[in-house]
Design a protein around this ligand. Sequence first.
Ligand code: NAP
Length: 291
Amino acid sequence: MSSSSSTTSAVLLNTGVQMPLLGLGTYKLVASEDVYRAVDAALVAGYRAFDSAAVYRNEADLGQALKQLLPKHGLTREDVFITSKLGPEDQGERAMEGALRSLAQLDLGYIDLYLIHWPGTQGLVVADQRNPGNRAQSWVMLEELHAQGKLKAIGVSNYTPAHMRELIQSCKVPPAVLQVEFHPRLCQTELRSVCEEYGVCFQAYSSLGKGELVTDPVVMEVAKHCERTPAQVLLRWAVQQGVPVLPKSSNPDRIKDNARLFDFTLSDTDMDRLSALDCGHKYCRDSSEVA
Ligand code: NAP
């Protein structure tokens, strides 16, 4: 993985592979021309990671865009880090089929990181006692594809501390990454310490609070005195703690702007002011009730 650009700063996963601290989120990027334009702008701006999922219905468009754009930017498959996720409808006995479908849709030879998207199973109520067995079965399938080299790293998303401990106790291959919602209003202290204890990389999603946090008065004040945008402040707050981020934008100017994270530092006072916003607020679905 190239490290010539300041936007390719990376974290070391427990697989021994580096994962960029900055990746482009792609949730809600659906039309193929929108995916192409966003990936083009992101590659120019220095992004080397892209986060997709079976449920985003954009794996094929992302793979296609990369196949066209990597040569245009003088890059190869090995220069980028691709994440996708097993949909809740494929949790359990259909996991192998689901992961193979993601591999076929992306059509990039292998997937750098493949996550179980959600601890539950589509069609089961959250308290259903079949949920733990289903996610354990999914993990075994992912371990098999990992052993075959098709999924270079495997991990989970939206797992609670209890789901993490259950997985760590039963797995052969430990999860490389836990991807969860993380921003100043949701500091996830317990999950971060579980990840630290087990050597799992803690990765943030919805760092901008789905766009809503850019108008938070404290975020705006910090941005003003740092002469940065609120989005840069929110993203810098995470990466300065070593937490990888995945800001999503369909707008080329914002994609470029959101990547300017590695040429400034937030003071301890500003970091503390932002962290003090923690109130457990979730912009996304809560998985804490999933059995
Ligand atoms: P986000 O990145 O927090 O926010 C995206 C929103 O902010 C979009 O509406 C975007 O609008 C806007 N935005 C982007 N840059 C901005 C800027 N500089 N100033 C103002 N507004 C800006 O939200 P997210 O999409 O929920 O999370 C990011 C990524 O994380 C997703 O795309 C996905 O890849 C991943 N994710 C994973 C899970 C999971 O369950 N594993 C859940 C949620 C998200 P425009 O597009 O119009 O710029």
